[in-house]
Design a binder for this molecule. Structure first.
Ligand code: 13P
Length: 256
């Protein structure tokens, strides 16, 4: 693997795993990944909030870092059911997934809300993973760049160059999530290259070269190698295949 950017492979467990199941999964991952060096790849697990505490206790080796799946844009206050960045930081959370398509679709998150969350995450020293991606009808209508471009302009608004350089973008075509359909290598590379060109326009060349752009959508051990070898693909955001030790560790191993 010969890229300037270190790969970032993150498991988005979504609403799966109790605290004890999550801890067991991480212990299994350590055993399977014992042979890989920490320097080769950044690995992150993103359990549900209720499993963060137990999982953080078993994350004894920085080879695997902790992420959350969402957070509030507010720091504290009367927001029943919400969780603030500072509360996540206390458990050692280093990354947070923001604006996942499921949150955009089911919880009506807008680009504006996502940008406020990203700013709040940076203020708490948590690195955002900002998700973007088009629907099937939008791809078929030739609107991918228009849709992804609008999402990025809105969701990254207000970030400084320094903050952007520490932000990850996850390109997840909605039609590829949980469907078993993966974007072709050409589709992934084309959209990732478009995203990087847009980062040059919105920030600058140095920032665009530093930002990691993950691909997400039915990533499996069998397709990880091809996807991760693409010039503008810098990691994966893995859903279903991150719920099993063997699948997730094989994705990591096949990507190195
Ligand atoms: P799958 O890997 O299950 O397709 O999910 C992708 C995803 O949504 C990760 O955030």
């Amino acid at each position: 693997m010969n890229k300037d950017r270190k790969l970032l492979i993150a498991g988005n467990w979504k609403m799966n795993k109790t605290a004890s199941e999550g801890a067991a999964l991480v212990q299994g991952l350590y055993l399977e990944l014992a042979g890989t060096k920490q320097l080769e790849i950044d690995i992150v697990v993103c359990p549900p909030f209720t499993a963060l505490s137990e999982v953080s206790k078993v994350l004894v080796d920085p080879k695997i870092r902790l992420g959350a799946q969402n957070m509030s844009e507010h720091n504290y206050g009367a927001y029943t059911g919400e969780i603030a960045a500072g509360m996540l930081r206390e458990f050692g959370v280093r990354y947070v997934i923001l604006g996942h398509s499921e949150r955009r679709q089911y919880f009506h998150e807008t680009d504006e809300i996502i940008s406020r969350k990203a700013i709040a995450a940076h203020a708490a020293a948590i690195k955002p993973i900002v998700c973007v991606g088009e629907l099937l009808a939008e791809r078929e209508g030739g609107l991918t760049e228009q849709v992804v471009g609008k999402q990025l302009r809105g969701s990254l608004a207000g970030l400084s160059k320094e903050q952007m350089a520490e932000t990850t973008i996850a390109y997840e075509p909605v039609w590829a999530i949980g469907t078993g359909k993966t974007a072709t290598a050409q589709q992934a590379q084309d959209t990732h290259a478009f995203i990087r060109r847009l980062l040059v326009e919105l920030f600058d060349d140095t920032v665009a070269r530093r930002v990691r752009i993950q691909y997400g959508g039915s990533v499996k051990p069998a397709n990880a190698k091809e996807l991760m070898s693409l010039p503008d693909v810098d990691g994966a955001l893995v859903g279903g295949a991150s719920l099993e030790v063997r699948n997730f560790s094989d994705i990591v191993k096949n990507s190195i």
